[in-house]
Design a protein around this ligand. Structure first.
Ligand SMILES: [Zn+2]
Length: 224
C-alpha cells in the first residue's frame, strides 16, 4: 500500500471492457488501470460519486482538491504531443461547492456552477429518480429525510445513457437498491473515502468499514 498516491483516471480511446462488472464501456471510457484486472469502470472503482472539474481555473482546482477527501486526476493521451495530458480533477461534489463558495465573488465561477447544475439536471430522468427514491423509502423507512433523493439521483446518473431501459428497471430491484444505499453510507458516513485516498485496496477498505455500514443500514431498515 502506497501512501497518498494520487489516483489516476484515464480517458481511454480504445474499446474498453470493465475487468470487474464486464460492461462494455465503449471507446471513450473513463477508467482506472489495475495490474490484476486491467481497466475498471469508475463505478467499480468506487469513484463515480465524484464530479469532474475541468482544468482551467487554478484557484478553484487547488481549493477543491484541498477540500476533497478523495480526488483523482483525469488524464487523456494526446496523439499530437505523444504524452498524457491533464484534463482536470474528479472531486467530491460538496468539496467543489465549498471551493466555489470561496470563489463566489468571481462571477465566472458562478456561471460555471450554473452550467454544471443545468447539465446535471438535464441528465436526470425525474420520473426514474422519484421511483428509485420511493423504493428506498419502502425498504429503508428510517433513512433520513432527503437522503433517499440524493441516492436516487446518483443511481439515475449512473444508469442514464450508458445502459438501456431494462438495466434501469433491473436497478429498481431490492438488491440493487440496497447496494446503492450501502455505497452511499460508505462514502457519506464512514472514512471509506479517506482509506481509498490513502491507497487502500477497495476490498480492504470495505472490510474496514463493514461493521459501521451494517449498523447504519440496520438502523435505517428497522429502528423506529
Ligand atoms: Zn465496472
Amino acid at each position: 500500500m502506497e501512501q497518498d498516491k494520487q489516483i489516476k483516471v484515464f480517458i481511454s480511446h480504445r474499446e474498453s471492457i470493465c475487468g470487474e462488472c464486464g460492461e462494455n464501456l465503449g471507446n471513450k471510457a473513463w477508467i482506472i488501470l489495475r495490474e490484476d484486472k486491467g481497466a475498471l469502470c469508475l463505478s467499480c472503482a468506487d469513484l463515480d460519486h465524484l464530479v469532474f472539474l475541468p482544468s482551467g481555473d487554478a484557484a478553484l482546482t487547488r481549493r477543491a482538491k484541498k477540500l476533497s477527501t478523495l480526488s483523482a486526476v483525469v488524464l487523456e493521451w494526446s496523439r499530437a504531443r505523444k504524452r498524457y495530458e491533464r484534463q482536470g480533477l474528479l472531486v467530491e461534489e460538496q468539496a467543489l461547492q465549498a471551493a466555489e463558495a470561496e470563489c463566489l465573488q468571481d462571477s465566472e465561477a458562478r456561471e460555471r456552477r450554473r452550467l454544471r447544475q443545468a447539465e446535471r439536471r438535464s441528465a436526470l430522468d425525474q420520473e426514474y429518480v422519484n421511483r428509485f427514491a420511493q423504493r428506498i423509502r419502502e425498504l429503508f423507512p428510517q433513512c433520513p429525510e432527503g437522503v433517499e433523493q440524493a441516492i436516487a439521483e446518483h443511481a439515475c446518473l449512473k444508469y442514464s445513457g450508458r445502459v438501456g431501459r431494462t438495466a434501469a428497471a433491473k436497478a429498481l430491484d431490492e438488491e440493487a437498491v440496497r447496494l446503492a444505499v450501502i455505497a452511499h453510507i460508505r462514502h457519506a458516513a464512514t472514512n471509506y473515502d479517506e482509506l481509498l485516498a490513502l491507497g487502500y485496496d477497495r476490498w480492504e477498505a470495505r472490510a474496514a468499514v463493514a461493521d459501521e455500514v451494517k449498523a447504519i443500514l440496520f438502523q435505517w431498515e428497522f429502528s423506529q
